[in-house]
Design a protein around this ligand. Structure first.
Ligand code: ADP
Length: 669
């Protein structure tokens, strides 16, 4: 075995790889960009090498910089993780040329699976079932339309160089085939620099089931069972599990053997995943699955396989890369219980899952030995706008699917994550949805049930009571601190609050919550606060601990919650749901509106796609003004208030910084 390993990646996967490398006694070397100088993966590594600017294409994607970093730090091997350079043929070759061990397959195997059309043709030859369709050279619209007719609608148009669901279009109606084809080609051209597409049958009730394969340099190849990744949004995985619910043993064997045949056909070595699509309209069966593509690297969702097989796949990768034989033969690979993984993202489900960035002001995860949390950040770290906004992964294992899911639900409900918006409550809703519990799943599940899965915005009296306990105790604490500092009993601070000092005073507390103004009449009585919510009177009391933990009793229900101070108020976390209370500052009445009415500002750096307004236009609050692309997604920015446009400061194609005033309004500042 080599003695040192450079990890050419960041975030949770870099940290996870280091954990195994350390256990095997290897020296770990991180690489980092300007934005990641203090990042978790850098703190975890023995050594770290700076490789360039924040943008990935100036750091994590620059082959020469990584090779140079390996040489400078004396690394013997490189693990690419997933994403970035993990499936880059030139990178695998560069490692080899530099005399570095590449922890991955031979460059030729990456190349063979790089394009979807060539991979399908190769698999067909190897006897692996592929989705019926056309994957040849012809790209003429008329011709492809004819092929679609032959396949039968609905069909799926896919970019041959595709990935991440880009350049993919489902077509149900021949009349729109040509328009959808054009759109797919345009998207493919801009995302991959390759406009070519293939057309295939859109499988009914599709389930995404993939097989983990492993091969060594001694001619051994095995499969470590399947993962079901049917819970997706925009063709991107959200929840993965192993084994696949309802999987017949004969189908598992047929898929496993097909996957091993695929790996052997390309001289594979190391960890790989063969992705299949299955038609679940009549339940899973051994004659209704087809090859989609092979990922020639470690997958994000590999931990569910580790959980049910009791293996460490990164250890296997390192051993195979060092020339050792596979640790287990096919017949010795266990399948114990059931595992489910959720991907925790910094994103806002209520705002079309738009990425959310910023400092994690709180991240406390409950301790549970049956839960594995692979995190890419810790409390106090920033979720950077430069990279994928995944915070980490949570993996629950149990004897049965039901046991794993109920553990997962409990964990998600007790987790406290604040700062950027996250999909935590959304994940908990999926993990508790009846149809999901019954394993009534396919790739359309999330879209179909979206309304039921988005967190309920309604504020209940229990949550409000806990928020008042936290807010008032926090104010009292600040008041006392200020008094101690000034030693002046007549300081204006002394009169600002009745929580500790006096009783019986009535006041109305005002907050803004999800853009709505809240006015809560409150009255202090003894150690409790009486408050009115939706016409009813309630009573809350409790304490706020120094670490932000609230123990509150509201209307005789005792509960726990967390209070997280923020720049303009606080966040209240209860049962995995975060609510951001904005507290107006009496000394700075305009703070809440500053910058929101005078101008439409860019929420993050990005590129302007389209401008939909012009100087002099009268606009209504909520009207779409500018479309921008940021963090790989398009977002429409709307007018913050009724007004008249004074000036538009950007044009399509412009690159803008966060906070840039894109459109200014008359009478604004
Ligand atoms: P990408 O490489 O862009 O991620 P994939 O080929 O892996 O594209 O497909 C992504 C997802 O799209 C699959 O997980 C599945 O949900 C859906 N999909 C792909 N091919 C088909 C098909 N023929 N029928 C139905 N759904 C499909």
């Amino acid at each position: 075995m080599f003695k040192s390993l450079l990890i050419a990646n960041r975030g949770e996967i870099a940290v996870r790889i280091m954990r195994t490398a350390r256990r095997l006694g290897l020296r770990t070397i991180a690489v980092y960009s300007d934005a990641d100088a203090g990042a978790y993966h850098v703190r975890e590594a023995d050594d770290a090498v700076h490789i360039g600017a924040a943008a990935a294409k100036e750091s994590y994607l620059v082959i020469e910089r990584i090779i140079e970093a390996a040489k400078r730090s004396g690394a013997e091997a490189i693990h690419p993780g997933y994403g970035f350079l993990s499936e880059n043929v030139a990178f695998a070759e560069a490692c080899e040329k530099a005399g570095l061990v590449f922890v991955g397959p031979p460059a030729s195997a990456i190349r063979a699976m790089g394009l979807k059309d060539a991979a399908k043709a190769l698999m067909e030859k190897a006897g692996v079932p592929v989705v019926p369709g056309y994957h040849g050279e012809m790209q003429d619209a008329r011709f492809l339309e004819g092929e679609a007719q032959k396949i039968g609608y609905p069909v799926l148009i896919k970019a041959v160089a595709g990935g991440g669901g880009k350049g993919m279009r489902r077509v149900d109606d021949p009349k729109v085939f040509e328009a959808e084809l054009k759109a797919a080609q345009r998207e493919a051209g801009s995302a991959f620099g390759d406009e070519r597409v293939l057309v295939e049958k859109y499988v009914a009730r599709p389930r995404h089931i993939e097989i983990q394969v492993f091969a060594d340099a001694h001619g051994n190849a095995v499969y470590l069972h399947e993962r079901d990744c049917s819970l997706q949004r925009r063709h991107q995985k959200v929840i993965e599990e192993a084994p696949a619910p309802g999987m017949p043993e004969a189908m598992r064997r047929a898929m496993g053997e097909a996957a091993v045949a695929a790996a052997k056909a390309i001289g594979y070595r190391g960890a790989g995943t063969v992705e299949f699509i299955a038609d679940a309209s009549k339940g899973l069966s051994a004659d209704a699955f087809w090859f989609m593509e092979m990922n020639t690297r470690l997958q994000v969702e590999h931990p569910v396989t580790e959980a049910i097989t009791g293996t460490d796949l990164v250890e296997w990768q390192l051993r195979v890369a060092a020339g050792e034989a596979l640790p287990l033969a096919q017949g010795d690979i266990p399948l114990n219980g059931h595992a489910v993984e959720v991907r925790l993202y910094a994103e806002d489900p209520a705002n079309n899952f738009f990425p959310s960035t910023g400092r994690l002001t709180r991240m406390r995860l409950p301790g549970d030995a049956a839960i594995r949390a692979d995190m890419g950040v810790e409390e106090g770290d920033d979720v950077s706008l430069f990279y994928d906004p995944m915070i980490g992964k949570i993996i629950a294992h149990g004897e049965t699917r039901e046991a794993a899911l109920s553990r997962l639900r409990r964990f998600l409900r007790s987790a406290e994550v604040a700062g950027p918006k996250t999909n935590l409550a959304f994940l908990a809703a999926v993990a508790g949805h009846d149809a999901f519990l019954k394993a009534d799943i396919d790739t359309g599940f999330i879209d179909r049930h979206l309304a039921a899965l988005l967190p309920a915005p309604k504020l209940d009296a229990l949550t409000l009571g806990a928020a008042l306990v936290g807010h008032l105790a926090d104010r009292a604490r600040k008041t006392e601190a200020a008094q101690r500092a000034t030693r002046d009993p007549y300081s204006p601070w002394a009169a600002s609050d009745g929580w500790v000092l006096g009783g019986g005073r009535r006041q109305v507390l005002t907050f803004t919550l999800d853009g709505e103004a809240l006015a809560i009449p409150v009255r202090m009585q003894g150690g409790a606060v009486r408050f009115v919510h939706e016409g009813g009177e309630h009573v809350a009391s409790g304490t706020l601990g120094p670490d932000g933990g609230i123990v509150a009793t509201v209307d005789s229900v005792r509960m726990k919650a967390a209070f997280v101070p923020a720049a303009r108020g606080f966040a209240l976390i209860r049962e995995g749901v975060v609510r951001d209370f904005i507290v107006p500052d009496p000394l700075d009445v305009d703070l809440v509106h500053e910058g929101e009415v005078g101008a439409l500002k860019s929420p993050m750096p990005g590129k302007i796609v389209a401008v939909l307004t012009g100087a002099g236009a009268a606009v209504k609050k909520g009207a779409a003004l500018v479309v921008m692309e940021a963090m790989k997604m398009e977002q429409t920015l709307a007018a913050p208030a009724d007004g008249v446009v004074e000036a538009v400061n950007v044009a399509a194609g412009d690159q803008v910084e966060a906070g840039a005033a894109l459109v200014t309004f008359e009478g604004g500042d």
